[in-house]
Design a protein. Structure first.
Lengths: 100, 942
């Protein structure tokens, strides 16, 4: 597979490490009353769908960027590659402005 | 028009007998030229077999070439380019190729039908392992491995192009020419050693000239184009995601040449053109596997390309294409003439027809129509569809990958004209200007689908796996109706040729049996590799020493000069101990290193510990997130121990963190976890807290770091550290850190850290000074009788001090298990905090790290032993924990151990039993504090 790195252009998948569902970006609030359950779900109930999925890939043999790769797990078609930090910032901004 | 160079003779041997062929021959053509009909024995029935094809589809003529370490089994004689000195042997017999003892299988064939193994060897059960399996193993399998290392070279390479064209027949060549002229970067790969495809074997003219002339002119022009790379003898064996193709190039089959024998290519292409042609099918009729019976297209190849004449030959066909073959007798199913049987065990003698006549014949060409080579279209899940008019499977444009086009015979467009037309049309689509079409034959496809001459005798469908039409009918009779089930029950199409000649005939026979159409029957899936490839070529250079990189510390050479025994620690090589004269075993060295360090001073290379520079205004805040304890309050010029958890609350790694300025920390990790910890830190930085002002860089390789430990450590360091730096205990106390210079101005980092429990320093210099610095340290320490110490002595001293290491941070233990719960900050959040508080992890009787000594000092403790109450039964419910680290302590003169014991910290002084079932060792132990030596830590603070 080839991942089109937003900063470096197309790179072979062999340069990356994969950890799956990008939901890991959304670390729950540790001070919440439901923190124990929230963290349980965050840690153990991760998605692994047959179809389009947002995943975390780490460019370990490259520039060490964490990427959010939108990939169809059935066809391996990659429709979007973003820097994880940009995705996280957008999420944070969205949740602060009250939007979901 | 033969392409054989009669003036260049090549000598070779087959089964020890000498023969001669010519330049341009394959091993197969050379054997046929020499009248060799039997080239091997079949897989199951050990029937004598001859050459059936002329290319990579060959199911019968599998030979082994060379011998010794480079013996290659199962090579198809039809794809081995003949060279002078070739040594080839036939396979799969006991005795000789002409008289095979296992041919008895052929006479007991009624017992060896499909599913024979499943039915026969079921009882008595005990017989399987002792009798049946060894006998079957001896008889089964094709070819033999040498079990020796392959001494030859294999290469690996990467190529990029706009368009990869797979197949150098008429459509591939013309496409390459069009795109090449248009300036596109083109790779043209063909598995034959000569490009041209069927044009090399047929006589139909192109532009009123011999087809080989058009091929030669086209190749000459392609060779002149710098943007075109011609790759003959290169099989594209697999299609992978995102335009990546696997190619295997055979540079030579000769041995002892200087370059690589085979090269495994990874080709990146924006677009691929499958112009792989088609493969002719046999017809299933009684005894259709006799030596001398071959595909009609193969016979024409041998006649036209290789200049071999077949006297007294016949043809059995169901289509017009077969009629191109020059033979003496023709059986055409369309005029109701069938071959019903043949005779001649070691070579065809005669043919029986449905009209009852018996005709003498030495050779028989069979043509059952053509199968487009659609294999590579399937590797990315496209499925071919059945075309009734053409009676074959063709690629399905609807499911075909967008970056692949199929043209020519591979698309079911069989005439040369049609192939050229496809090439021009596609070239225009890909942006090339096109020329007028070369004039070529445009014969229509006239075929009567015909698969199988019904009869009682065996009619072969899969020649390589010895599957007959009867086997398929039997499988259906026994309830196997799905094509995938029939394939597995009969092994149809499961040989190394992946059913290139057999699959469609097999499906047709199954369709006949089930009363379905072929379309309804469906087809099985083609997977990579298209043809068998050498594992050695896939591995290429990645073997032996080069299997993985080796990391050496700057003191490596010095260590070897001083008697170091090296051990692998991940990719690193680390000194395990240093042997001195008179030391008889490793324990002698390790005990001495510990004693000399504890009594005076010792030096250990700790370069391999991970070092991560953490810089930025939020560096302290960031470290507070990743460590369970607080690092932001650490004073500049100080170090602190830190423990990290995974988000699930389990300990991930530990180490020290030094602060050099408000915005600059240096973290150390364990050797093993340096990579994973760095990945984790980057995750926390980028994915969780992208707005923190903090940056990370690994500096493990930039600094050579040594631990100098022992009561005389300061005296030694005083001689090394430049005079302007005060390293007295008052000025530079335990857990201090400072940037200093050493040896007259060399930049260094100095830390008052101790893993051994002694007064100790860690000193780091830029890696390029590592070698001279260790020599300077050892020279300076001579007056104190300094010793180098290795990983074993390091381990002994840390066990004596009760420090946790990899054995304790084993991916299942929590801070509480390690006795470090007190480090967990209550004031702040950190990774792993919430889940570390789970009830199950916080139980009062959770495992606790404690120390152990033997009740009877003559006994030995072993690592991995499990703990039980002295009189308890050895059941999992009674298990109280396990031993993680043991050592002989020279300081205490006894064995000591560290381990996890349920509620261990409340059981100090009690007796338990340690049971090591692996080593059959049970000892009684006293539970003690894990701090065996200097529990108050006085020595390290002096």
């Amino acid at each position: 597979m080839i991942i089109n790195h937003p900063l470096l252009g197309p790179r072979d998948a062999a340069e990356f490490t994969y950890i799956g569902d990008a939901a890991l970006l959304m670390r729950p609030n540790p001070r919440s009353d439901t923190a124990a359950e929230d963290f349980h779900n965050y840690q153990y109930l991760r998605g692994n769908v047959a179809g389009e999925m947002r995943e975390l890939w780490y460019h370990e043999q490259g520039d060490r960027s964490w990427l959010v790769v939108t990939r169809n797990t059935l066809t391996h078609e990659i429709s979007k590659v973003e820097l994880a930090r940009d995705v996280k910032r957008t999420m944070t901004a969205t949740s602060k402005s009250g939007l979901k | 028009m033969s392409l054989i160079e009669n003036n260049i003779a090549l000598n070779f041997t087959f089964d020890g007998k000498a023969y001669q062929g010519f330049e341009g021959d394959t091993l197969a053509s050379a054997l046929l030229r020499n009248g060799v009909k039997v080239v091997g024995r079949s897989f199951k029935y050990h029937r004598p077999r001859g050459i059936m094809g002329a290319g990579s589809e060959e199911p019968n003529a599998l030979v082994e070439i060379h011998g010794g370490g480079v013996c290659e089994p199962n090579r198809r004689a039809t794809t081995i380019k003949l060279f002078d000195g070739l040594v080839a042997k036939s396979q799969n017999y006991m005795g000789s190729r002409e008289f095979d003892l296992l041919a008895v299988n052929d006479f007991i064939h009624p017992f060896l039908a499909a599913g024979f193994y499943y039915k026969t060897f079921m009882w008595p059960k005990a017989f399987w392992e002792k009798i049946y399996e060894p006998v079957i193993r001896r008889a089964a399998g094709l070819g033999e491995l040498t079990r020796r290392a392959d001494p030859d070279n294999y290469g690996k390479g990467f190529l990029h192009c706009d368009v990869l064209i797979i197949g150098g027949g008429p459509s591939g060549l013309l496409t390459a020419l069009n795109l090449g002229r248009a300036g596109q970067s083109v790779i043209l790969a063909d598995d034959d050693f000569r490009m041209g495809g069927r044009l090399l074997s047929e006589l139909d003219l192109i532009n009123d000239d011999a087809p080989t002339n058009w091929v030669a002119q086209t190749l000459a022009e392609l060779e002149s184009l710098p943007n075109v790379r011609l790759m003959p003898r290169t099989t594209i064996y697999g299609v992978f995601d995102h335009g990546i193709y696997g190619g295997m190039e055979i540079k030579t089959d000769a041995i002892g040449t200087s370059g690589p024998r085979q090269i495994s290519w990874r080709i990146y292409a924006s677009h691929a053109v499958l112009a792989a042609g088609a493969t002719e099918r046999p017809i299933a009729f009684a005894n259709n596997d006799r030596p001398g019976i071959m595909l009609a297209s193969a016979m024409r190849s041998y006649q036209n390309r290789y200049g071999i004449s077949f006297d007294n030959a016949a043809l059995f066909t169901n289509n017009d294409d077969g009629l191109r073959t020059a033979t003496d007798h023709i059986f055409d199913v369309r005029s109701d003439k069938f071959v019903t049987d043949t005779a001649g065990r070691k070579g065809l003698k005669n043919i029986t027809s449905n009209l009852g006549e018996k005709i003498d014949a030495d050779y028989l060409a069979m043509s059952g129509g053509w199968n487009p080579n659609v294999h590579l279209t399937c590797h990315k899940r496209s499925r071919p569809k059945w075309d009734n008019a053409l009676a074959c499977f063709v690629p399905d444009g609807a499911t075909l990958s967008k970056d692949m086009s199929v043209i020519g015979a591979a698309a079911g467009h069989f005439s040369t004209h049609h192939a050229f037309e496809d090439a021009n049309k596609l070239s225009a689509e890909l942006g090339a200007k096109i020329d007028t079409l070369p004039r070529a034959e445009d014969s229509p496809i006239t075929i009567k689908p015909f698969w199988h001459v019904a009869g009682k005798k065996r009619a072969w469908v899969d020649f390589q796996n010895d599957v007959t039409a009867k086997d398929i009918a039997l499988a259906h009779q026994e309830g196997f109706t799905s094509v995938e089930h029939v394939k597995r029950y009969t092994t149809l199409g499961m040989a190394t040729d992946q059913g290139k000649t057999s699959n469609v005939v097999g499906l047709a026979v199954l369709a006949e049996a089930t009363g379905q159409t072929i379309e309804q029957t469906g087809t099985t899936i083609f997977r990579p590799p298209y043809t068998p490839i050498s594992i050695g070529a896939i591995a290429a250079g990645h073997r032996g020493q080069s299997f993985k990189p080796t990391r050496l510390t700057p003191s490596h050479k010095f260590a070897l000069e001083n008697g170091a025994t090296m051990v692998e620690s991940g990719l690193w090589k680390r000194s395990q101990w240093f042997v001195r004269d008179g030391e008889k075993g490793w324990r002698d060295s390790v005990d001495r290193e510990v004693e000399m360090t504890r009594n005076s001073v010792g030096i250990c290379d700790v370069t391999t510990l991970g070092k991560i520079d953490v810089q930025g205004r939020d560096a302290g805040k960031f470290l507070n997130k990743v460590y369970i304890n607080t690092l932001s309050t650490l004073k500049v010029g100080k170090c602190r121990y830190g423990l990290m958890l995974r988000e699930d609350g389990i300990a991930m790694d530990d180490g020290t963190c030094a602060r050099f300025s408000d915005t600059h920390y240096v973290m150390t990790t364990t050797t093993a976890k340096a990579g994973p910890v760095f990945r984790h830190l980057e995750f926390v930085r980028q994915c969780l807290y992208p707005d923190m002002d903090v940056h990370l860089i690994s500096t493990t390789d930039q600094w050579a770091q040594y631990s100098v430990a022992g009561p005389n450590a300061r005296k030694l360091m005083r001689k090394i550290v430049d005079a302007e730096f005060d390293i007295s205990n008052e000025a530079f106390p335990y857990m201090g850190c400072e940037q200093v210079t050493v040896c007259g101005g060399t930049r260094a980092r100095l830390f008052r850290l101790s893993f051994s429990g002694e007064l100790a320093y860690e000193v780091a210099v830029p890696a390029r000074y590592g070698d001279s610095f260790i020599r300077a340290l050892m020279a300076a320490g001579k007056e104190f009788e300094v010793t180098m110490y290795g990983l074993e002595a390091l381990g002994v001293m840390r066990i004596e001090k009760g420090h946790a290491a990899g054995n304790e941070l084993n991916g299942t233990t929590t801070a509480a298990n390690l006795g470090l719960a007190g480090l967990m900050s209550k004031k702040k959040d950190f990774i792993g905090k919430v889940l570390s508080q789970r009830e199950g992890l916080m139980r009062d009787d959770a495992l606790k790290l404690v120390g152990f000594t033997c009740k009877n000092l003559s006994e030995k403790i072993t690592n991995g032993a499990h703990f039980f109450e002295p009189n308890a039964a050895l059941t999992p419910e009674n298990d109280l924990g396990y031993m993680t680290s043991v050592a002989w302590s020279p300081s205490l003169g006894q064995y000591i151990g560290l381990g996890f014991l349920k509620a261990g910290s409340t059981r100090i002084g009690e007796t338990i039993k340690a049971v090591d079932s692996m080593r059959n060792n049970t000892v009684e132990l006293t539970v003690v504090s894990p701090h065996f030596v200097d529990p108050e830590g006085e020595r390290l603070r002096v």
